[in-house]
Design a protein. Structure first.
Length: 478
């Protein structure tokens, strides 16, 4: 099947105020020569540690339709298809802006301390049941990812869903003004990236920057259960938001949780979405998934899509890789269940993952084991926030904790001695000890910030026997 045309040379040149060379047509946009597909427009981004101009030849050899460059690489022939611009990042942003200008799609943007990627994916699935929908891939949510995602939006889409992220103040505002959403969701405000903020109120202010780009009369969907709801509500009103919809279990929430039955691999939910009763299943376990699904359905309604079809789509919700995939690993005459949460971690995400570990039904002689790495970017509060996880581990009935990283040492010391498996400075040092400790019947959670490199532990556990992915359900919140 031939991909539809996304950009042609003259249109892209006009959008970026650039000079086109060749009469090319692009069906996609890429900033990574390793994954470029035939027909892509390759944008040679210049980053702090790389220069995409060094990979233009490779991208064209892989079938790229053309390359956006700020200067002609020396190894290109005279007839190479190019789009010459003053600055390639600015050119990518201009291309995204042009994609937004030509689109009649209804647009949603999602941010929050935790939950934004999973919520974005769920909203994409919900809207796609009604009409053609485009969404940012993975967590492409920064100053490169957001304009790239927007530049990839086909003109004929009815809906668009974009994730906006930050770890410093001032980062979301320009992204929101680029995306110009009709509906925004803030999943919550939690102690994440505290290394760069002096208070949670400052984090709330940074999340509230998403209101800056909201279209006139736009809708803000806010978590009524979150401690910072009032702060965000006031910021939304100050920004001139057209309407505020709250979600959660709170009795005043307009998208309100009425009933919740939690199961090992899903949630069964009854809710009131602005006066409309809805009963549905979310194909991922954990109370946080139930709460965030309310935001999704509220957004669907605000965007004018079919609420009933969206509710049906919630049963198909799955998690991104490394954010809760469950693997059943055959070990001799038994099996080990591993929950892979190795992609990233924050206090709220860690607590949710621990609670979910506690909800898993283990075999009679099985144990609950948590293999945990440091949570990064928490600043001076990091030691206390790590130690504060101990009550959650005890309440979840975790039998053994293996931990790595300097801050996890504080957690390790706060645990009852019977729960202390081992602590090591690095994941590489912890790996052989954690792997040697598991046995058939155990359920093992692996979670830590990306910088702790917890993924090798996951791979080592999978390598103990024949592994099969039993479900993709997850906390999927960071």
């Amino acid at each position: 099947m031939i991909a539809p045309m996304l950009w042609q040379a003259a249109e892209a040149a006009a959008a970026t105020d650039g000079q086109g060379q060749g009469d090319w047509r692009a069906s996609g946009v890429s900033i990574d020569s390793r994954t470029v597909r035939p027909g892509d427009l390759f944008v040679a981004i210049q980053g702090p540690n790389f220069d995409g101009h060094g990979f233009v030849f490779d991208a064209l050899a892989r079938g790229a339709a053309a390359a956006m460059v700020s200067h002609r690489p020396d190894n290109l022939g005279p007839g190479a298809p190019l789009l010459l611009v003053g600055d390639t990042l600015a050119g990518l942003q201009a291309l995204g802006r042009a994609a937004r200008d030509r689109s009649a799609a209804r647009i949603a943007a999602v941010t929050g301390s935790v939950g934004k990627t999973g919520t974005k994916e769920a909203l994409y699935m919900a809207l796609a049941r009604s009409a053609s929908t485009h969404a940012s891939l993975g967590n492409l949510n920064n100053h490169w990812g957001a304009p790239l995602s927007l530049a990839r939006m086909p003109p004929q889409c009815r809906y668009g869903v974009y994730e906006l992220g930050m770890n410093h103040a001032g980062e979301i505002m320009p992204l929101s003004r680029l995306i110009r959403p009709h509906v925004v969701i803030i999943t919550n405000v939690e102690p994440v990236h505290l290394e760069f903020f002096s208070s949670l109120s400052q984090i709330a202010d940074a999340k509230a920057e998403i209101f800056a780009g909201l279209e006139p009369g736009g809708v803000a969907i806010l978590n009524r259960d979150n401690a910072h709801y009032g702060h965000l509500e006031a910021a939304a009103k100050t920004a001139g938001v057209g309407r505020i919809i709250s979600f959660g279990a709170h009795e005043d929430a307009q998208a309100r949780l009425i009933g919740l039955a939690q199961h090992p691999t899903c949630n069964c939910i009854s809710a009131d979405i602005e006066g409309q009763a809805v009963t549905y299943k979310v194909g991922a376990p954990g109370r946080h998934w139930a709460i965030n699904s309310l935001a999704v359905l509220a957004a669907v309604r605000a965007l004018g899509a079919d609420l009933g079809l969206a509710a049906l789509a919630m049963a198909e919700v799955t998690a991104p890789a490394g954010r809760g995939q469950r693997h059943r690993i055959i070990l001799g005459d038994g099996a080990l269940l591993m929950i892979d949460e190795s992609y990233n971690a924050s206090p709220a995400a860690m607590t949710a993952a621990i609670e979910m570990l506690g909800a898993v039904e283990v075999e009679p002689r099985g144990r609950r084991i948590a293999v945990l790495g440091d949570m990064l970017e928490l600043g001076s509060t990091a030691p206390d926030l790590h130690a504060a996880l101990a009550p959650a581990l005890v309440a979840a009935g975790v039998d053994l904790v293996f931990a790595c990283g300097p801050n996890m040492a504080r957690l390790f010391d706060a645990l009852p001695k019977s729960m202390r498996g081992d602590h090591e400075p690095t994941s590489a040092q912890l790996l052989p000890k954690a792997v040697a400790a598991v046995r058939p019947g155990d359920t093992v959670l692996v979670k830590g910030s990306l910088g702790l490199a917890m993924a090798p532990i996951v791979q080592a556990l999978r390598g103990l026997g024949e592994a099969e992915t039993t479900t993709n359900s997850s906390t999927a919140i960071g």
